[in-house]
Design a protein around this ligand. Structure first.
Ligand code: 8YV
Length: 329
């Protein structure tokens, strides 16, 4: 039997599925440090990860490893140049999380705009003495302009929901989406700068790459309206968290909703001290059904990538299909 490492706690029934095909080393504790991960991968043919960094050094320490299935759509934890050089297949879990993640983007955006977390803390702290006309005033969501940065599958699911809120949708993306999709979503393309100037609510849904590190920093925040909100459900590092904390403290923008952070699970201490930000621990895809679908899809990918099961040799979501069939190097 081939050997695999499951590097994170996941649903036990998915582990049972994997055990039908593999000798499974299951790590159920906190994220493995790099040296321990490399040690556990030394004799493995495959791995199932969830955001764990797989670098050139990890692959060098795992000469048998042929496939790594990430339980996430984003795979910036994989050094894809190293995967390609070593002929190791990477897979991800797209699509199954689109709607759940879009829902959560809306929840965060609305919570930030309508100051739900701040108001809840106020109530729990016993500070609610009287009704007041100006208690927790915030910007409207309905009828406003939504700016989506990253018009992929999740961005499009967010745009679709905007129609029910009678919002104008503008978007920025590496490339314009097809005219038919723009028409269906009633979404207009903007440069990043124009979008930041015009949007009442900016939602970030783009993949993290070296090029878009701090794509929202002090200069970009300065373009936004003082009444605007910023929501990040994409990746830490896309936003300069220190600059954002400063903009929030000085009320240069109204509020923010963040599910992802630079260096998470650590959170920039300045963000913890500003009231006008809603903070959640990277849970945008965390509905029961979606996390199950992601875990099963990651397992499907690993089983097929290692030549087992009904789809042997045809994993559903290869990131670098060109390496398939090539000898490990
Ligand atoms: C994952 C995510 O839960 O899919 C993604 O890219 O950010 C989340 O859905 C997280 O990355 C853990 O792998």
């Amino acid at each position: 039997m081939q050997k695999i490492l499951v590097a994170r706690p996941i649903f036990p029934d998915v582990i049972d599925r994997l055990k039908q095909y593999f000798d499974v080393d299951w790590h159920t504790g906190d994220a493995l440090p790099a040296d321990e991960l490399a040690r556990r991968l030394a004799d493995k043919d495959g791995a199932l990860t969830a955001g764990d960094p797989i670098t050139a050094a990890t692959l060098a320490a795992a000469p048998r490893l042929r496939a790594v299935a990430n339980m996430a759509v984003g795979y910036n934890n994989f050094d894809m140049a190293a995967f390609n050089a070593a002929n190791v297949l990477g897979t991800n879990t797209p699509d199954v999380l689109n709607e759940t993640t879009a829902d959560f983007g809306w929840a965060l955006m609305m919570a930030a705009a309508r100051r739900i977390a701040e108001a809840e803390h106020f109530l729990r702290a016993g500070k609610w003495g009287k009704w007041s006309y100006d208690m927790f005033l915030g910007p409207d969501v309905y009828g406003s302009t939504l700016g989506i940065v990253g018009m992929g599958r999740i961005g499009q699911a967010i745009a679709r929901r905007a129609q029910g809120f009678n919002m104008r949708v503008i978007y920025h993306n590496r490339s314009r989406v097809a005219p038919a999709i723009e028409a269906e979503l009633n979404a207009e393309y903007r440069t990043k700068e124009a979008l930041l100037r015009e949007a009442d609510h900016v939602v970030l849904v783009l993949p993290y790459t070296a090029e878009n590190h701090h794509t929202i920093g002090a200069a970009e925040l300065a373009l936004m309206k003082r009444s605007a909100t910023l929501t990040n459900i994409a990746r830490g590092g896309i936003v300069d968290d220190a600059a954002l904390a400063g903009a929030l403290r000085e009320r240069r923008i109204a509020a923010a909703g963040l599910d992802v952070f630079e260096g998470e699970p650590k959170v920039h201490p300045a963000l913890l001290t500003v009231p006008n930000v809603v903070l959640t621990p990277h849970i945008a895809s965390a509905s029961e059904a979606t996390r199950r679908a992601m875990a099963n899809l990651a397992a499907d990918n690993l089983i097929a990538a290692l030549g087992e099961g009904p789809r042997a040799g045809r994993p559903p979501n290869p990131i670098n299909p060109d390496v398939m069939g090539k000898a490990r190097s």
